[in-house]
Design a protein around this ligand. Structure first.
Ligand SMILES: Nc1ncnc2c1ncn2[C@@H]1O[C@H](COP(=O)(O)OP(=O)(O)OP(=O)(O)O)[C@@H](O)[C@H]1O
Length: 254
């Protein structure tokens, strides 16, 4: 399996001099195509920073992120933005839909931002992928929270990105609706003809992480291990270990 995303000694620092904060790194790791990875770690451990650098929403201070074969650090700000719009989809906790636009118009936005005239078929296809083909003309305030987040997923899928990134995508949803959304993400990875192929998701909830193939743990901006074929119990146990003083929590930055 080749890599959809590869991080090579990536660091992200904020500020300069004595007030500089290293939010992340150095981190080296891969997200293989066709995989569903969850990123976990205590608050402030660098999860969102990792996601944003991997997705090209933020720029590494040193090292690089290689996304779908393109080294983001080698691109100018403008080229990175253009590339990111085509190669990635991003779903946030808050659905971030424009309230005055219909579901269909919201989904078409990334195509318009890329300077393309949205084809009705590609927009309808993305809505069908999330099970909302019949709600194309609904505005967000006529949709439930779960449906709004599905529209946000359809918007993220419309450019047929190589990777779908999600930062706490179920954070605003109740348990049942959240599980339905996670089953949708799982299905996007598992079923090739419907699929986006690769999903990378930040969460703080072990039950949410258990939908992934692999969980990657961060503490203080560096990798603190990973877990394959996770269950909510094994993830919760590892998280609790991370919180305890010991060899893992005190591992030096490499
Ligand atoms: N713009 C910024 N300026 C300065 N420091 C920042 C900035 N963004 C993040 N940080 C710091 O970088 C570190 C990592 O932040 P990040 O948001 O990636 O962590 P997180 O694991 O996603 O946290 P949470 O679970 O609370 O959302 C934190 O110490 C944070 O305070």
């Amino acid at each position: 399996m080749d890599d959809a995303v590869r991080l090579e000694a990536l660091t992200r620092r904020y500020g300069s001099g004595k007030t500089a904060v290293t939010a992340l790194g150095p981190v080296s790791m891969s997200f293989p195509r066709g995989s569903f990875t969850a990123i976990m770690g205590p608050s402030g451990s660098g999860k969102s920073t990792l996601l944003q650098c991997a997705a090209g929403l933020d720029r590494a201070t040193s090292g690089s992120a290689v996304l779908d074969g393109t080294d983001l650090s080698a691109l100018s700000e403008t080229k990175r933005t253009t590339f990111r719009r085509e190669a990635t989809g991003f779903v946030f906790q808050a659905y971030n839909l424009l309230p005055s636009l219909t579901a269909e118009q919201n989904v078409a936005l990334p195509l318009r931002l890329s300077g393309r005239r949205p084809g009705r078929d590609e927009v309808r296809r993305a809505l069908a992928q999330v099970g909302l083909a019949d709600r194309a003309h609904s505005r967000p305030d006529h949709l439930s929270g779960g449906q709004q987040q599905r529209v946000a997923v359809a918007r993220a899928l419309v450019t047929r990105p190589a990777v779908l990134f999600a930062d706490e995508p179920t954070g605003a949803l109740d348990l049942t609706t959240g599980n339905e959304l996670l089953e949708l993400l799982r299905d996007l990875v598992d079923s090739r003809e419907r699929g986006v192929g690769t999903v990378v998701m930040v969460t703080h909830d072990p039950r949410v992480a258990a939908f992934a193939d692999r969980v990657v743990f961060l503490t203080d901006g560096v990798l603190a291990g990973e877990l394959h074929s996770p269950t909510a119990q094994t993830v919760a146990a590892r998280m609790s270990d991370l919180g305890r003083p010991g060899p893992v929590a005190t591992a030096p930055r490499c």
